[in-house]
Design a protein. Structure first.
Length: 582
């Protein structure tokens, strides 16, 4: 089971308290011969009496350093150190003021270090400034999400759980009492390694954090540990940033006022400002501002995400997508609520304000400019009108299209989320059919059943925006697809298929299901029906996958040499194997 956030919080606070208890307070004064040995090795200090040292201190390894104020020094090489390891460790050509150095550290060419607690086995090389400039820095701050004028306030701290943060999106303010320890000095925990950084100020770097060639780190906390290291790489600028386990900033990432949940990253000059980034979400090249991005979101190309609330995540943003029309020459005071699993195609544009939260796993096709308003049909395709009829709108919504025509995408997404999950502290297992998305399916099904029979409908007849149409033929197909999805979820839950969540059907659900007119099956009939639904799921997924192969084979020479047959696809093989176990 994942660790409790309160336990994680207490663990880090205990580390802070231990450092506070020992910071510059322990040790003995230098003996005369030790001062002479330090000076002979090129070390300088205005007042050697202000230095305190560990009981087993030895001047060996301290060369060409300067000491100001009060400092605590330890023995660099423990008595049990191997010869090779001892030769690697030294403290040379560096300047210290009010610093606490534990044993077995290696520090070289740190031009200024002030108010820093350095734990054992830390390595610091070529740093211009490493300092703590605040007398009482509290590692917490507010992020304002949605409207850039007066957004939804989310108070973040390093151990924050994403579910807790998501709840704060619905509250007017998330102000809570701060129970943590304020820091008057920075902490570099055991085995931290920092090389080639210009500025580090007000930080608490967790165990085994690695920093390589970053530009600046200011007000940064990393929750790093063995097997879940945090990495900060070349050209990174990080200000007011909390990085949870296995997070990564690299290659020119610019991050300010951001909370990165476990195993997320910003890379390749990605820009993140006033935002929360969910577990396993990767931002590269694009910009994210004033947004809450949930888990497993892919943003690997130049694209824009502003003022977006997307706590469920699990979607994708294609190249050139502009999800950020939050004002029309007036104040940037509008926001957008994206749906779980929503896919924004190449150069798609979303006008604000918009609410797509009830359109889970829908796809906005390439080049579509979505009007303001609500979309409430899950698993849909939004594309250029497929009809030349004057009754059709400029954009057509095809409900349940993902279930009927692009099932492979849904199967692969669920498979990918399970196999690529690197988060160890949160439960992220989630099938595309879950209690939340099925609730949306039930609601959409009732809307479609209420429609009078005619060739085309305007989505504004169903509480949606103008300019979007639905065809009668597609609505008929969608009702079949929606009912089968409900059946599959309920039977899969009843017979405890591993991919489905454990779910209790309450009175409210029973009333909705009665309206869906699902068959009442006994035990044996239910298992037969479940196997049939799973086979249909496989066939739909295989068909949609094979459609791409046929198109590719007709257009691309030697296509089969570089694309495996659909029968050998990993997620389809896994899906097929599960049918035999029902």
């Amino acid at each position: 089971m994942p660790d409790c956030p309160k336990e994680l919080f207490r663990s880090r606070q205990q580390q802070v308290k231990l450092c506070k208890a020992s910071f510059l307070n322990l040790g003995r004064k230098l003996e005369g011969w030790e001062i002479l040995a330090l000076e002979a090795a090129g070390n300088r200090c205005g007042d050697w009496t202000k230095l305190s040292v560990a009981a087993d201190f030895s001047p060996e390894g301290y060369r060409h350093n300067q000491f100001y104020g009060n400092n605590y020094l330890s023995r660099i090489h423990s008595k049990g150190s191997q010869i090779g390891a001892a030769q690697e460790k030294a403290i040379v050509f560096s300047t210290f003021k009010n610093c606490h150095l534990e044993s077995e550290v290696s520090i070289s060419h740190v031009h200024w270090m002030e108010n820093v607690f350095v734990c054992s086995h830390v390595k610091l090389v070529d740093i211009d400034v490493l300092q703590h400039s605040s007398s009482a820095w509290e590692p917490r701050f507010s992020i304002f999400i949605g409207s850039e004028v007066q957004g939804r306030e989310v108070m973040v701290h390093p151990e924050l759980n994403p579910d807790q943060a998501a709840v704060a999106l619905k509250q007017s303010s998330s102000q809570t009492p701060w129970m943590g320890e304020a820091l008057s000095f920075s902490i570099l925990e055991k085995d931290v390694s920092v090389i080639g950084v210009r500025l580090i100020e007000n930080v608490h770097l967790g165990c085994q954090t690695q920093v390589r060639g970053a530009h600046e780190l200011k007000n940064v906390v990393t929750l790093s540990k063995e097997q879940s290291r945090v990495f900060i790489g070349v050209g990174v600028s990080a200000r007011n940033v909390f990085l949870q386990w296995s997070c990564k900033l690299d290659r020119g990432a610019q991050v300010d006022h951001a909370m990165l949940f476990e195993a997320s990253s910003v890379d390749q000059s990605g820009l993140v400002n006033q935002s929360c980034i969910g577990a396993n979400t990767h931002i590269a090249k694009g910009e994210v501002t004033a947004s809450f991005v949930g888990p497993f979101v892919g943003m690997h190309h130049q694209s824009l995400l502003i003022g977006t609330l997307w706590p469920e995540g699990r979607g994708n943003i294609g190249y050139g997508a502009n999800v950020g029309s939050n004002h029309t020459g007036r104040a940037p005071d509008q926001e957008f609520w994206a749906a779980e699993g929503e896919f924004f195609g190449l150069s798609a544009s979303i006008k604000f304000p918009a609410m797509h939260r009830d359109a889970a796993y829908s796809l906005v096709a390439s080049g579509i400019m979505m009007p303001i308003g609500k979309i409430e049909f899950p698993f849909s395709l939004l594309c250029d009108s497929l009809s030349e009829s004057e009754q059709a709108g400029a954009i057509e919504l095809v409900p349940a299209w993902m279930l009927l025509e692009n099932r492979y995408s849904l199967i692969r997404s669920t498979w990918k989320f399970r196999h690529r999950n690197q988060a160890k502290h949160y439960e992220l297992k989630r099938h595309y059919l879950n209690s939340t998305t099925i609730q949306m399916v039930l609601s959409a099904l009732q809307k479609l059943e209420s429609l009078p029979e005619k060739s085309f409908y305007s989505l504004c007849e169903l509480n949606g925006p103008k300019g979007i149409s639905l065809s009668y033929e597609n609505c008929k197909k969608a009702m079949v697809g929606y009912r089968e999805a409900i059946e599959l979820f309920l039977l899969g839950t009843k017979y405890q298929l591993p991919e489905f969540e454990q779910f209790q059907v309450d009175e409210h659900w029973m009333a909705l299901l009665q309206k869906a007119r699902l068959p009442n099956l006994n035990e044996a009939e239910g298992r037969v029906r479940l196997r049939a639904l799973k086979r249909n799921e496989y066939e739909l997924a295989f068909k949609s996958k094979e459609k791409d192969r046929v198109r590719g084979r007709d257009i691309t020479p030697e296509y089969d040499l570089y694309h495996p047959e659909s029968e050998m696809d990993a997620c389809l093989l896994e899906l097929k194997a599960g049918i035999d176990q029902i």
